[in-house]
Design a protein around this ligand. Structure first.
Ligand code: SD4
Length: 334
């Protein structure tokens, strides 16, 4: 049974506090009995977080983690759930096309060793995140694009599929009547999926997969497959993944920034907030017209999420709870 709750964001939400107050102990030196209060704030592992409300994806990842699987397998297979879901029009099969009617996918993955793989502008293959993993594991490269990525996928045994569903085709045809290109804030409940996991060994991996912005120019690539922008993992520090208007994330190398801020001592929540402030505080930033959201986790398992606008959320599976957590947001804090 899936359990979905709606929780106000707090960076330590879901942490399994093991508190044993007033433990009696005998001090050998003084022979006095002391009351010791031991408070462990170590969050319980494993855990997985993902952008937006994607309980089926986090449940899949959790199942792998709970059975001792790796964070890498968890994030790949978690993302695959959304890629296969034709009702998610921002990811994989059923994704909304570019303005010429092509569904083009961007995805990347990064493991505990800092290895990474990515595909950009990939067509006709549902599981872009798995092709990215193959790029990471089976090629000397980090990124493959377009036809080259597609050819590589077929060589690895991926099958050719038409990703443009009737529903997405109809939406595109309706859009063409006005052909007005304008990214819409929080356009749908599901969106680009970015997923970060820590497995039972305490190792971190992350992945990100998207069909990008609907009705983008043919060939446009966003932040999601760009290591450091859409996703960054440093197994010593933590990880971050982004969603929203990719151009703005790329300009600030957002996910790498969040991880570096955590390295300098910021909590995941503080780091996400700082990365958003870099975007909104640019001279002439028109941030009121676009959304960017970050989620992050540190090595200790603390998590954070923050966005420019309301209604960004994070799904978090930890301690057998699969929760949807509303992110705090910049425009409220103003
Ligand atoms: C992109 N960041 O292609 C992706 C799209 C996205 O919420 O995340 N939408 O720019």
């Amino acid at each position: 049974m899936k359990r979905r709750k709606f929780i106000k964001n707090a960076s330590l939400t879901g942490i399994g506090l093991s508190v044993s107050a007033s433990v009696l102990a005998c001090d050998k030196n003084t022979s006095k009995t002391k009351h010791l209060t031991t408070v462990s704030t170590t969050p319980s592992l494993p855990l997985v977080i993902a952008t937006w409300n994607v309980p089926n994806a986090t449940a899949k990842a959790w199942h792998i983690l709970e059975n001792g699987g790796s964070a890498l397998d968890a994030v790949e297979q978690g993302c695959m759930v959304e890629e296969a879901d034709v009702n998610n029009t921002s990811v994989g099969k059923g994704g909304l096309p570019d303005r010429d009617g092509h569904v083009t996918l961007d995805a990347c993955i990064m493991d505990k060793h800092g290895n990474c793989g990515s595909v950009v502008c990939l067509e006709n293959i549902t599981h872009a995140v798995s092709v990215a993993r193959n790029v990471m594991e089976k090629t000397p490269h980090v990124m493959l694009a377009g036809k080259g990525a597609e050819q590589f996928a077929y060589e690895q045994g991926f099958k050719k599929e038409n990703l443009l569903t009737e529903a997405s085709k109809k939406a595109w045809e309706d859009w063409k009547i006005k052909s007005e290109y304008k990214p819409i804030i929080n356009i749908e409940n599901h969106d680009t999926i970015g997923m970060l996991a820590i497995d039972k060994n305490g190792d971190i991996s992350g992945a990100c997969t998207t069909s990008g912005l609907a009705y983008k120019m043919h060939g446009r690539v966003g932040d999601s497959p760009i290591i450091g922008s859409g996703l960054y993992v440093d197994n010593e520090v933590g990880a971050c993944v982004a969603t929203g208007l990719g151009e703005e994330v790329v300009k600030t190398v957002g996910s790498f920034l969040v991880v570096e801020l955590m390295r300098q001592g910021k909590s995941p929540q503080e780091a996400c907030e700082e990365a958003i402030s870099r975007i909104v505080n640019k001279p002439n930033s028109n941030y009121k017209n676009f959304q960017v959201g970050y989620i992050a986790v540190n090595k200790q398992g603390e998590t954070g999420s923050y966005a420019i606008h309301q209604w960004f959320s994070m799904t978090k599976y930890q301690n057998n709870n699969n929760d949807n957590i509303q992110a705090t947001f910049y425009l409220k804090d103003k």
